[in-house]
Ligand binder design. Structure first.
Ligand SMILES: C[S@@+](CC[C@H](N)C(=O)[O-])C[C@H]1O[C@@H](n2cnc3c(N)ncnc32)[C@H](O)[C@@H]1O
Length: 343
């Protein structure tokens, strides 16, 4: 993929933000980023640098617009190709929701299924954003619910399946959300949790993250600071079993599978590789406001890091570990299956 090309995602994003910066003076940008604009805070949605965000949650500060839906879809295809065993059959059905994968059979996972609830699903079921609710399915009802508090309106012991995916960085009330999942499930019901660790690790002995991909390492540090600023517990991934047990699940009913994603795919020119590059860049642009609001970096600093990151995830790192250094940067993900036993 050639990032000098005029259709390159980085070029498109840079032009997008450059045109914004030219229009605004710095003071105005500063005041909007510090969240002091009451007009925006009164609205259900607000627009910042041509991206739309919702006001339902201050913690989840990623856009709620079509560009973000496209990114989430791209990520689904990446995960599908990385986890073929998990996403065929019932797994695929339950993880992805109906709009994207219409051929699933909910009944394949548990006979007599009465319902399922997805938490924070971009397209379906419960979410704070009524985005992309463009398909009607017999088994699915869309509700705008701010989890965990809003879930209390749903009856206990009334769901066969609860799916929580990519919510670790969305809420500062994750353990309470898992407690709600436990309450909602009937005995024998299944909780699926699929989350990234929110950390990168070096798999190349003797090389630090900075050696592998210096710009990305810096940005990931800013991102973690942004999560922590919003009260997100960035250590929860390694305590997931404890979170599940404290929510009421039996330790014996928990199964977990870990998988890893590389910051730069083995073959950046393959379809998945190109999707990974696009996803990395568009994710960081999606997180731009969240990072800027933290104050750890300013707009210029953010924009200066992005070309280097684009090179690194495309296999052209200038780090001392060599151009493919970002292949040695791993992002762990965990997939937990949990069965609710008798109380
Ligand atoms: C990273 S996306 C994950 C979407 C989907 N679960 C997936 O894996 O493709 C997080 C989603 O959670 C939603 N969200 C964030 N905070 C929420 C909350 N407190 N209650 C319900 N949904 C929330 C957002 O609107 C967004 O759609």
């Amino acid at each position: 993929m050639d990032y000098q090309d005029s259709s390159s995602p980085l070029r498109a994003h840079s032009q997008h933000y450059a045109s914004q910066s030219n229009d605004e003076d710095d003071d105005e940008i500063e005041s909007r980023h510090s969240g002091q604009n009451n007009d925006f805070s009164q609205a259900d949605y607000f627009v910042e640098a041509e991206r739309t965000y919702n006001n339902a949650s201050w913690v989840y500060r990623l856009p709620a617009d079509h560009e973000e839906v496209v990114r989430q879809d791209r990520l689904h295809y990446i995960l599908l190709s990385l986890l073929p065993g998990l996403y065929r059959g019932p797994g695929v059905a339950l993880d992805y929701g109906s709009r994207r994968w219409p051929n699933f059979s909910l009944r394949s996972i548990a006979s007599g299924l009465v319902g399922l609830v997805y938490m924070g699903q971009m397209a379906d079921e419960t979410d704070i954003t009524p985005l992309q609710h463009d398909s009607q399915f017999r088994n699915c009802t869309f509700m705008q619910v701010n989890a965990p508090a809003g879930l209390r309106t749903l009856g206990g012991n009334s769901f066969d399946v609860v799916n929580i995916r990519q919510m670790l960085h969305a809420t500062d009330e994750y353990p309470s959300m898992v407690k709600e999942a436990h309450r909602l499930l009937r005995t024998g019901g299944i909780l699926l949790v699929h989350e990234p660790q929110l950390q990168l690790h070096s798999a190349w002995e003797g090389y630090s993250l900075e050696d592998l991909a210096p710009c990305l390492a810096q940005m990931i540090g800013h991102l973690r600071a942004a999560y922590q600023y919003r009260g997100i517990d960035t250590e929860l991934f390694s305590k997931m079993d404890q979170v599940l047990v404290e929510a009421g699940f039996d330790a014996d009913g928990i199964d977990v599978y870990y998988h890893y994603r590389q910051a730069c795919s083995e073959d950046p020119h393959s379809e998945v590789g190109m999707n990974e590059v696009l996803n990395a860049i568009s994710f960081l642009y999606a997180a731009r406001l969240m990072i800027l609001e933290t104050g750890v970096i300013d707009e210029d600093g953010f924009d200066q890091l992005m070309p280097g990151i684009s090179d690194e995830v495309s296999g052209r790192s200038r780090g001392i570990a060599g151009p493919l250094g970002a292949q040695g940067m791993l992002s762990p993900w965990g997939y937990w299956w949990v069965i609710k036993g008798h109380e």
